[in-house]
Design a protein around this ligand. Structure first.
Ligand code: TXA
Ligand code: MG
Length: 314
């Protein structure tokens, strides 16, 4: 028996309001937020307590809507046609007009997209009317939940609620296939096997070696966004020629300034981080000085990302 339609409608409206809603899919329970609302996405990272931003899967109610978010090559289209709705996630480049917050993909130019098999999940997504970013609904480091009770035990006091759809029938996460290059690559084995994927495509695919359940941390991704500009951390002032990324009301003298959050709200800062780094880079800054960010709550993940941006590159 599926969840009550009234519960689904209430959950959809909570999603539209920027709240966190856990919901059953055929694989595992997801911790959903409106993917186009950066602050709602920031709440996901906050609730999971992850010390870094890893890219999230964005969920859509139909292949038709999913395909609009990215650039699907012929393999990606074949996979979508063969396996959606179902336990397969496809990684493609973002479409030019893709409205998904950069925080959802941790600043990557690509996007992981899935149309879940569970009818109640798709009904929730349809009613919400927005793409929904959803990692597995567990606290970071704990195992993925396959019942609403698991979700509540771990995250109950941090979320709006959970759409109880009973036990997840697949019970393990979706298979993630990257269609960014010429040959599709399985980044994470999961609910759809390699053999079935190869049969659908009519040719072999690659399997990322050393892959685990959580294969990609942003730092490992070759394509991960790193600003061209040099980044200088914990800067109270901007040096001549430097752009400044502020946090809090105080803004020193600088040619170009962006402010992550004038009110020192870490959630707002997380939502703005990738977009503002991109902007400063695009405006041609050679060097970006970044205000000190408190190393607590979401600030830990923000500082992790900034430290990667500041690390010397070859
Ligand atoms: O079955 C599932 O896939 C569940 C349900 C809720 O849909 N979701 C899930 O999400 O397992 P999560 O966040 O636990 O795992 C998402 C993984 C990340 O660890 C990351 O490795 C990969 O997806 N990922 C997301 N975006 C990516 C991208 N643009 N490129 C490569 N990998 C990406
Ligand atoms: Mg997970």
């Amino acid at each position: 028996m599926g969840p009550d339609p009234k519960d689904i409608a209430a959950a959809a409206s909570a999603l539209r309001d920027g709240k966190l809603v856990a919901f059953a899919t055929e694989t595992v329970y997801g911790l959903g937020a409106n993917a186009c609302d950066g602050q709602a996405v920031a709440r996901i990272y906050e609730a999971k307590g992850r010390p870094s931003f890893n890219p999230l899967i964005v969920h859509l109610p139909s292949a038709e809507e999913a395909i609009r978010l990215g650039r699907f090559n012929s393999d990606a289209l074949k996979l979508a046609d063969s396996f959606w709705p179902g336990p397969l996630t496809i990684v493609v480049e973002r479409a030019d007009d893709c409205p998904v917050s950069e925080l959802a993909s941790a600043g990557l130019s690509s996007l992981a997209i899935r149309v879940p098999g569970r009818e109640s999940a798709r009904e929730l997504l349809r009613l919400a009317g927005c793409p929904v970013a959803a990692p597995s609904a567990n606290i970071s480091g704990q195992i993925s939940p396959t019942t609403a009770q698991h979700v509540m035990a771990g995250l109950g006091d941090r979320i709006w609620g959970v759409v109880d759809g009973g036990r997840c029938e697949v019970g393990l996460e979706s298979t993630i296939v990257s269609c960014l290059g010429d040959t599709p690559v399985i980044l994470r084995p999961g609910g759809v096997s390699r053999e079935v994927i190869e049969e659908a495509l009519g040719r072999p695919v690659l399997l990322q070696t050393g892959s685990t359940n959580d294969p990609i941390s942003p730092g490992q991704l070759a394509s991960h966004y790193a600003p061209n500009a040099a980044v200088r951390l914990n800067a109270k002032e901007a040096r001549p020629g430097e752009a400044y990324l502020a946090f809090g009301k105080r803004e020193p003298e600088a040619d170009i300034i962006r402010n992550l959050s004038p009110s020192k709200d870490l959630r707002e800062a997380a939502a703005n981080l990738f977009a503002m780094l991109h902007t400063l880079d695009m405006l041609g800054a050679d060097s970006i000085a970044v205000a000190p960010i408190p190393d607590e709550g979401l600030g830990v993940a923000i500082n992790d990302r900034l430290a990667r941006a500041a690390a010397p590159r070859d």
